[in-house]
Design a protein around this ligand. Structure first.
Ligand SMILES: *Cc1c(COP(=O)(O)O)cnc(C)c1O
Length: 389
């Protein structure tokens, strides 16, 4: 049997996979089973922050693997403690909880909001306002937080108390008045929903409202965090400081790691036994994250911004392209033609892209060489023009 046949025979068929089998890579180049090479503008959905098999990253993770791969959270370990200290120093958050995925990082944030609100405002204060078109994960509770009905179908009843509204202050105020609200939860740059950066004045005003009413602001930076938007975390560009910040995807550069960071005011309500994870913050994953963060210096991030501007400059106004959205190296390209066809055509020519709604989604490794990015952008522009309607 081939890999595809085995997959189709034995794996739960929940993914509409692209018909290629990637077997190796180097930096921002991927190689499939037939030896064909691709410029990778997906980085495993914003996971391979430093590309494939980055030498320093491999060394850091391998060194940890050869000492000990896992200890459980029953014992102390240096990597987890050091990573927590690094995140605190670089963000200002007091404490972090480590998990293994974005959904779990968000679950922890939601538990934190319920805990905080119930202690301060009573157990009826548990509602969470989210935004339409958001994406927060696939567990029943993070699905409830996800403001896209299409994901809810067949899985009801979901966790109650979530209300998705349009991203305007009047809609938020209406919801906050209608429900005893524990938190507002949002992605500063919506990923799956269409690579849409929230307006700065909206987020500033929202943060002020939350502060005034003692409602927690939860920023889901699972996708837009870890340097992707051009700053270490996206909130840093908005001049706000969310009470809870979640991240995952790119944090460990290719190993499963989620993080839920919070202020002291929120963290103070957690007691031993209230939350946990067997794998969360495992030594291998935290070694990967420590290495990734060591690379995300100010100079490196300035380069991410430049590469992002190159995408905007080279694609904006081209035939078949309506607009380029997003921040840094998290970009959406709205096209007049069929996004799926453009993505297939680009892949045939050796460029791997992602999709969000009818948009091309570009999430390259943050260290993609300009020359590779430039070549890929030429191909995207040509194929978008060819499919233009
Ligand atoms: C991918 C994603 C998640 C879910 O992360 P998983 O690791 O797949 O559980 C949550 N929120 C956002 C914004 C995401 O992009």
């Amino acid at each position: 049997m081939t890999t595809v046949e085995r997959d189709h025979a034995y794996i739960l068929q929940t993914y509409a996979r692209t018909p290629i089998e990637i077997v190796s890579g180097e930096g921002s180049l991927l190689y499939d089973k037939e030896g064909k090479s691709y410029i990778d503008l997906g980085s495993g959905i914003a996971v391979n922050t430093l590309g494939v098999s980055d030498k320093g990253w491999c060394r850091a993770v391998s060194a940890q693997l050869s000492r000990i791969q896992h200890t459980s959270n029953l014992y102390y370990h240096a990597g987890g403690a050091e990573l927590a200290e690094t995140l605190a120093a670089r963000t200002g958050y007091a404490r972090v909880f480590f998990s293994n995925s974005g959904a779990e990082a968000n679950e922890c944030a939601i538990k934190a909001a319920r805990l905080y609100a119930s202690r301060r405002h009573g157990t009826d204060c548990y509602h969470i306002i989210t935004l339409q078109n958001s994406f927060h994960g696939r567990t029943l509770t993070t699905l409830a937080a996800t403001g896209q009905e299409v994901f809810h179908r067949d899985f009801t009843p979901l966790t109650e108390g979530f209300h998705a509204v349009l991203p305007t202050m009047s809609e938020i105020r209406k919801a906050v008045d209608a429900y005893q609200t524990a938190a507002v939860m949002l992605e500063p740059v919506q990923g799956e929903g269409g690579v849409c950066a929230l307006p700065k004045d909206f987020l500033t005003e929202l943060a002020a409202l939350c502060r005034e009413k003692d409602i927690l602001l939860i920023a889901d930076e699972v996708q837009c965090g870890n340097g992707r938007s051009g700053t270490l975390y996206t909130y840093m560009q908005y001049g706000i400081f969310p009470d809870v910040l979640t991240t995952a995807k790119g944090l460990a550069g290719g190993l499963p790691l989620g993080a839920t960071m919070m202020t002291d005011a929120v963290a103070a309500y957690f007691e031993k036994g209230m939350h946990g994870s067997t794998f969360g913050g495992n030594p291998a994953a935290t070694a990967g994250a420590l290495y990734v963060l060591s690379q995300l210096t100010d100079d490196f991030l300035a380069d991410v911004v430049k590469k992002g501007e190159m995408i905007v400059d080279r694609l904006t106004g081209k035939r078949g392209i309506v607009a380029v959205s997003g921040l840094g190296l998290m970009r959406g390209v709205a096209v007049t033609g069929d996004a799926g066809k453009i993505i297939d055509a680009c892949r045939a020519r050796g460029v791997i892209l992602l999709r969000a709604k009818n948009m091309l989604r570009l999430l390259p490794a943050l260290n993609i060489p300009d020359e590779l990015l430039s070549r890929a952008l030429d191909i995207i522009a040509e194929e978008a023009a060819r499919e233009a309607t």
